[in-house]
Design a protein around this ligand. Structure first.
Ligand SMILES: Cc1cc2nc3c(=O)[nH]c(=O)nc-3n(C[C@H](O)[C@H](O)[C@H](O)COP(=O)(O)O)c2cc1C
Length: 212
C-alpha cells in the first residue's frame, strides 16, 4: 500500500496557504497518509548528544544519547516507512522555517539515510512534493527575484543523489500578502492566479502518483 508522509511546517496552520494546497493534494491522494505537524509538535534540535549518539554503540550511550537516538530512530523510521512525501513548508526570512530544518537535521543521518553513494539512499527515486507559500513574488522580473533561498536549499538537500535522491517537485503559491497588505493589493490577481495554479498542480501531482 502507498503511504504518504506529510510534514506541515507553517506556524499558523489555521490560515496557512501551504497547508490548504497540501490539503488539495491529500484529498486527491488515494493511499495512506501519515502526518507530522511541526507547528503543534516541533522536534528537538539536533544537539551534541544526538550527533555523538550516531557514532556510539547502543550499549555504550549515555542517558542523553539514548534519548536523542530514540527520537532520531522514530523520525527516521517514519521517514523511511513512506513511499512518497508531501512537505508544506512556507518561506520564512527567505529560507526554510526553523522547525523544518530541525526535522531535516534529525533525519539526515550519514550512512543511514544519506551519504551512501550516488543513487544509493533508501529514498532514491521516491516522489516528493514541496508546497511553499510566500508573501512576495520571486519569479523573473519581480524585485525579489533571486532572493528565494528556500527552493535551492531544499533542492540540494532533498534531491541530490548522494543525499535523499528524491524525485522532487515544487509548488510555490506566491504573493500571499496581496489580500492583506495595501502595497501589494494591485497584485491580487497574480496571487489568485498563482494560488489557483498551485491547487491545480497539487491535484495533478496526486493523480499522477495514484496511477504510478
Ligand atoms: C517569520 C516569517 C517570515 C517571513 N519571511 C518572508 C520572506 O522572507 N519572504 C516572503 O515573501 N514572505 C515571508 N513571510 C510571509 C510568508 O511566507 C507568507 O505569509 C506565507 O503565506 C506563509 O505560509 P503559510 O501561508 O503556509 O503559513 C514570512 C512570514 C513569517 C511569519
Amino acid at each position: 500500500m502507498s503511504c504518504l508522509l506529510r510534514v506541515n511546517a507553517s506556524a499558523t496552520p489555521d490560515t496557512s496557504f501551504s497547508r490548504r494546497v497540501a490539503d488539495t493534494f491529500t484529498e486527491t491522494w488515494t493511499g495512506d497518509v501519515v502526518t507530522r505537524d511541526l507547528a503543534h509538535s516541533p522536534v528537538a534540535h539536533l544537539d551534541a548528544a544526538g550527533i555523538t549518539a550516531r557514532a556510539t554503540a547502543p550499549g555504550e550511550r549515555t542517558a542523553e544519547q539514548a534519548t536523542a537516538a530514540a527520537l532520531q530512530d522514530e523520525l527516521v523510521e517514519e521517514f523511511l516507512g513512506a513511499s512518497a512525501y508531501l512537505f508544506a513548508v512556507p518561506m520564512y526570512n527567505y529560507s526554510i522555517p526553523s522547525v523544518f530544518k530541525a526535522w531535516l537535521d534529525q533525519v539526515m543521518v550519514p550512512g543511514r539515510t544519506i551519504g551512501l553513494g550516488p543513487g544509493a539512499a533508501p529514498t532514491a527515486g521516491r516522489t516528493a512534493v514541496v508546497v511553499s507559500a510566500r508573501g512576495g513574488g520571486y519569479g523573473p522580473g519581480a524585485p525579489q527575484h533571486g532572493k528565494d533561498h528556500l527552493v535551492p536549499a531544499l533542492r540540494t538537500i532533498l534531491s541530490d543523489t548522494v543525499l535523499f535522491g528524491l524525485d522532487l517537485h515544487f509548488i510555490t503559491p506566491e504573493l500571499t500578502f496581496a489580500p492583506t497588505v495595501d502595497q501589494l493589493r494591485p497584485l491580487l490577481h497574480l496571487h489568485e492566479e498563482s494560488l489557483a495554479d498551485s491547487h491545480d498542480l497539487a491535484r495533478r501531482h496526486a493523480e499522477k502518483l495514484n496511477h504510478a
